[in-house]
Design a protein around this ligand. Structure first.
Ligand SMILES: [Cu+2]
Length: 126
């Protein structure tokens, strides 16, 4: 370990420590960890016998949010997720994570539901 660091210090590693720290920050920003325009990351959503869990998900207007939806039971009719207002509809195969990315455009509640509009949840946009 120490040997490697010593080698780096004598110039074998072309990237100075300050620059590598900066690069790490840039990577974190690119991954959406630092927030800011366009992305707000991912939310895991399960479909259980209770319905969509969680059923209320905070979101922000103008920022894409990815729901990673996994249906964990066959005892539900929520075998699709439908955002009627956005025209987005995805099948939810059993035990498979399905990514649904949506961008709320305005404040309020953005409803999603099963194909029959019975089991529902919502994005809550302040
Ligand atoms: Cu249904």
């Amino acid at each position: 370990m120490n040997g490697i660091i010593a080698k780096n210090r004598v110039g074998r590693w072309p990237v100075p420590p300050v620059a590598s720290g900066l690069a790490l920050i840039l990577i974190l920003v690119a991954m959406g960890c630092a927030g800011g325009g366009g992305r707000q990351g991912r939310v895991e959503v399960a479909v259980t016998e209770e319905g969509f869990v969680p059923a209320e998900i905070p979101a922000k207007a103008g920022e894409a949010i990815t729901l990673v939806v996994t249906r964990k039971t066959d005892a539900t009719c929520a075998k699709q997720i439908v955002f009627a207002d956005l025209g987005v509809e995805k099948e939810l195969p059993l035990d498979q994570a399905v990514e649904v990315t949506v961008t709320p455009t305005k404040s309020g509640e953005l409803r999603f539901a099963c194909g029959m509009d019975m089991i529902a949840g919502k994005l809550v946009v302040p």
